[in-house]
Design a protein around this ligand. Structure first.
Ligand code: NDP
Ligand code: GDR
Length: 375
């Protein structure tokens, strides 16, 4: 026995999983992560903390598994006997959940039950603490603004409905079996590691590619949508804090500030030296370049239309506005987010621009650079 605390993270290859793994390793944890088998490597976000499994006692250990596989999850919990489980794994894309509702329910809802049952079945109720990645999407058609721990839920997508089950089964296992289990109701949080098809990353990556001549235009859905965006690095700290209290409790994690998707597009463009003007209404609205300065966007000229609306990205039922109230997290846990959304936007553009420049250079030397337009 190493005497180290042992954590098990589902979704370790995702945005939050990668930041949380870094955070826990720095705190001296032995970290186990469940990764899915994929036809290509899917560990890019954690490659920098990868440890050779042949080394005598690596602090990071990866296991193949899937939230849809009960026996595999139970075996892993049995073998690892974690002090803390962070259930971050999920089909996490709201729009995709309308296309794959049953899969989303299986993984996001029943996957959570499978883990809690494993803890209970193995008699680890008193040892293993459980964190559930709950979401502001639970508020959906909002019943109160800002949203806090007591605000009623009204989910608006198969994803949110699945997460509603996961939220309540976590509460139920806490109340029924005395498991230290809690929900972090997290509002949107982003970073340079954000999946490419979520709106912020789609914007920072898309505009960087356009600036470097790799793509012609950014096609967007509902740019009037309002979100409370924070940085993933700040939010994983809170996930850990929630499992270090005397008693388990659910917390809203948010910044308390709200902006529109349109504003995020404007800031991202500014980072590239582009002043954008929005013109028109509804599906006819476009983003036109008013001026360009500096040398970050050599492929863009005044008058270019670089943003268009494509109804393909509208959702069958939308969550128009979300704004969280993080008072409890601040007062009870001393949690204060350190990175503003504008700083985060600048960081994301800087990272995506680096990649776009590299790709543009390769292309100019005749190399084929696949720029996925799928979003
Ligand atoms: P990501 O989409 O970046 O990561 C999801 C992770 O889950 C990936 O590691 C993915 O694996 C894994 N995964 C997907 N399906 C399965 C499955 N069937 N079995 C096992 N693992 C699976 O999400 P985030 O890191 O952004 O979010 C983490 C969690 O927090 C999610 O549960 C999300 O729903 C929730 N959440 C996120 C918020 C946000 O703004 N980011 C806000 C509120 C909640 P792979 O890499 O192979 O795809
Ligand atoms: P969300 O994040 O649905 O809030 O879920 P996303 O970034 O996908 O969308 C935010 C808002 O932007 C609007 N939007 C677009 N979204 C995408 N993806 N692509 C577009 O082209 C586009 N145009 C406009 C959306 O309609 C929406 O209103 C995220 C996920 O991380 C969930 O897992 C998590 O639970 C919630 O945040 C909190």
């Amino acid at each position: 026995m190493s005497g180290k605390k042992v954590a098990l993270i589902t979704g370790i290859t995702g945005q939050d999983g990668s930041y949380l793994a870094e955070f826990l390793l720095e705190k001296g944890y032995e970290v186990h992560g469940i990764k899915r088998r994929a036809s290509q490597f899917n560990t890019q976000r954690i490659d920098h903390i990868y440890q050779d499994p042949h080394s005598p006692s690596p602090d990071l250990k990866l296991h193949y598994g899937d939230l849809s596989d009960t026996s595999c999850l139970t075996r892993l919990v049995q073998e690892i006997e974690p002090d803390e489980v962070y259930n971050l794994g999920a089909q996490s894309h709201v729009a995709v959940s309308f296309e794959a509702p049953e899969y989303t329910a299986d993984v996001d809802a029943i996957g959570t039950l499978r883990l809690l049952e494993a803890i209970r079945f193995l008699g680890l109720e008193k040892k293993t603490r459980f964190y559930q990645a709950s979401t502001s999407e639970l508020y959906g058609l909002v019943q109160e603004t800002p949203q806090r721990e007591t605000t009623p839920f009204y989910p608006r997508s198969p994803y949110a409905v699945a997460k509603l089950y996961a939220y309540w089964i976590t509460v139920n296992y806490r109340e029924a079996y005395g498991i230290y289990a809690c929900n972090g109701v997290l509002f949107n949080h982003e970073s340079p590691r954000r999946g490419e098809t979520f709106v912020t990353r789609k914007i920072t990556r898309g505009l960087s590619n356009i600036a470097q001549g790799l793509e012609p235009c950014l096609f967007m859905g509902n740019i009037d949508s309002l979100r409370d965006w924070g940085h993933a690095k700040d939010y994983v700290r809170m996930q850990w804090l929630m499992l270090q209290q005397d008693h388990p409790e659910d917390f809203v994690i948010a910044t308390g500030v709200q902006y529109s998707v349109r504003e995020f597009i404007t800031w991202s463009a500014e980072q590239l030296g582009i002043t954008l003007r929005f013109q028109g209404h509804g599906v006819d609205e476009v983003g036109i370049v008013e001026s360009v300065k500096g040398d970050l966007a050599p492929s863009i000229a005044t008058g270019d239309v670089i943003v268009r609306i494509d109804p393909r990205y509208f959702r069958p039922s939308e969550v128009d506005t979300l704004l969280g109230d993080p008072t409890n997290a601040r007062e009870r846990l001393g949690w204060i987010p350190e990175i503003t959304v504008q700083q985060m936007c600048a960081e994301m553009v800087a990272e995506d621009l680096k990649v776009a420049k590299r790709h543009a250079l390769l292309r100019s030397h005749g190399y084929h650079v696949p720029v996925s337009l799928e979003s």
